[in-house]
Ligand binder design. Structure first.
Ligand code: NAP
Ligand code: MG
Length: 453
């Protein structure tokens, strides 16, 4: 029996029979059966159904937010924001079926046009840190493009995915179009990756598991998109609005208890303002409200599991250069306080590896070239920020940092209408915005001869 926990209390909130490989096969078969009719729907009708689903998600907003907080321990305010994005993502892609435009290409002797066709059944494998949000980034464009899907949530956090399946059916989605299977990644996830009737796997999770999926997908030349880990740099120049940069830097890494692939977990600070920056940051770290996710004022909840807490703690050994340490509750719950390590060398383990917890490494740099060199000295390239009042420098540095997403004078990363994804070992492909539709369609080229004989 799979016991689903509340990480803030360690209480069992649900017991589920975990799915087997056979259940995964059955879900793929249902999705395959539903595919021809879903694909053949008039674009306007597919739009209408997705819009009804988006409206239903709006109506279930508070229910979903509470469920997500109960299963992940994230502050209720954060869950409300995330569930707002889930509905918004469906509203956005509901408008897309009629906007899947092709090209008309000038060629001699005829007419050449392209169509964007769905792939078929897609397998979606998602992690526990933003369970329904990340699933929605995949489901909404996949469905808008005419695919049917099998979603495998992380075993630690399956509750909102199961609730979504119910909401989708009640909102009028045809049977078999959306299928949720809850079971271990090593069995159910793996089965989706090797299944010959699954045309594509879209995965979000660790770089390690992503590598295995990419290798396994070769067996059926399956399409793969990957959203993996990160070790993003938050680059603070001496000419920045230091107070503003320092006030938001803690949230940029301790948000979601640091379990965020976009966490700015390396803060690079120009040497001349290094100490000043740390002092400005201190009150936002020590004052961070860590505790009950259902308390409206809470800013940070617990980590997802006891195992994960142990892993995070391994990055803060006895002799670690702890410059600032925040508060965390004692007793049951997988609590861990926000920790600032400074100064750290970019080669140190805490600066090189993704910790995925509330631990940040602060690293000094000498000048613009040094900042770019350090920011790029990582296997990852997902997100990041640049703080400076010099607009030309901001754009220059933004172009030089090897990352899929970067913000200037802001620590935000994702918007429904803009592309999101990683360079280097942070992944392959871009989710959200119009770009995501490329991940769920194949281009077909049709040539029609206009020769007379
Ligand atoms: P994970 O261990 O890689 O697992 C992700 C998902 O893959 C889970 O559903 C897991 O199932 C499944 N899985 C595990 N082994 C599998 C296999 N052999 N074949 C197919 N599926 C398999 O990642 P996590 O621990 O859940 O999440 C943390 C990681 O996700 C971090 O590295 C983080 O950076 C990354 N992440 C990236 C993004 C992004 O957009 N770039 C966003 C969020 C998180 P079970 O857990 O149920 O076994
Ligand atoms: Mg894992």
């Amino acid at each position: 029996m799979l016991e689903v926990l509340n990480p803030a209390t360690e209480e069992v909130v649900e017991r589920l029979e975990p799915a087997t490989e056979g259940d995964a096969d059955a879900a793929v078969a249902r999705a395959r059966e539903a595919y021809p009719a879903w694909r053949a729907l008039e674009p306007a009708d597919r739009s209408r159904l997705l819009r009804r689903l988006a409206d239903a998600l709006d109506a279930e907003h508070e229910n979903l937010a509470r469920l997500e907080s109960k299963n992940t321990g994230k502050p209720i305010g954060d869950s409300r924001g995330e569930m707002g994005m889930v509905a918004e993502t469906f509203h956005y892609y509901a408008g897309m079926p009629e906007r899947l435009l092709g090209d008309t290409i000038p060629v001699s002797g005829g007419v050449d046009v392209t169509f964007r066709e769905p792939l078929g059944v897609v397998g979606l494998i998602v992690p526990w840190n933003f369970p329904l949000t990340i699933a929605s980034w995949k489901m909404a464009p996949a469905l808008a493009a005419g695919n049917t899907l099998v979603l495998k949530p992380a075993e630690l956090t399956p509750l909102t995915a199961l609730e979504f399946e119910r909401i989708a059916l009640e909102a009028g989605m045809p049977e078999g179009v959306v299928n949720v299977v809850v079971g271990p990644g090593s069995k159910v996830g793996k089965r989706l990756v090797e299944h010959p009737d699954v045309a594509k796997v879209a995965f979000t999770g660790s770089t390690e598991v992503g590598k295995g999926i990419m290798a396994e997908a070769a067996g059926t030349i399956k399409r793969v998109t990957l959203e993996l880990g990160g070790k993003s740099a938050n680059v603070v120049f001496a000419d920045a609005d230091l107070e503003k940069a320092a006030a938001s830097a803690p949230v940029a890494v301790f948000g979601n208890a640091g379990q965020d692939c976009c966490a700015r977990s390396r803060i690079l600070v120009e040497r001349g303002v290094f100490d000043e920056f740390l002092s400005l940051m201190e009150p936002a770290v020590t004052g961070m409200r860590v505790g009950d996710p259902f308390d409206e004022g809470t800013e940070m909840g617990p980590l997802i599991s006891a195992d994960h807490r142990e892993r995070v703690a391994s990055y803060v050994p006895e002799d670690a250069p702890v410059a600032i340490r925040g508060q965390a509750p004692e007793g049951s719950g997988f609590w861990y306080p926000p920790v600032v390590l400074a100064p750290v060398d970019n080669k140190d383990r805490a600066a090189a590896e993704e910790i995925f917890g509330p631990v940040v490494a602060v690293i000094p740099f000498e000048d613009e070239d040094d900042a770019v060199r350090l920011a790029n000295d990582t296997i990852y390239g997902l997100s990041g920020s640049i703080w400076t009042e010099n607009g030309a420098r901001a754009l220059r540095v933004a172009r030089r940092i090897e990352t899929g997403v970067i913000s200037i004078n802001s620590n935000t990363s994702v918007r429904v209408a803009t592309p999101f994804g990683g360079m280097k070992q942070s992944g392959v492909g871009r989710e959200l915005g119009p770009h995501a539709l490329d991940l769920y369609t194949e281009v077909k080229n049709v040539y029609l001869s206009t020769e007379e004989d």
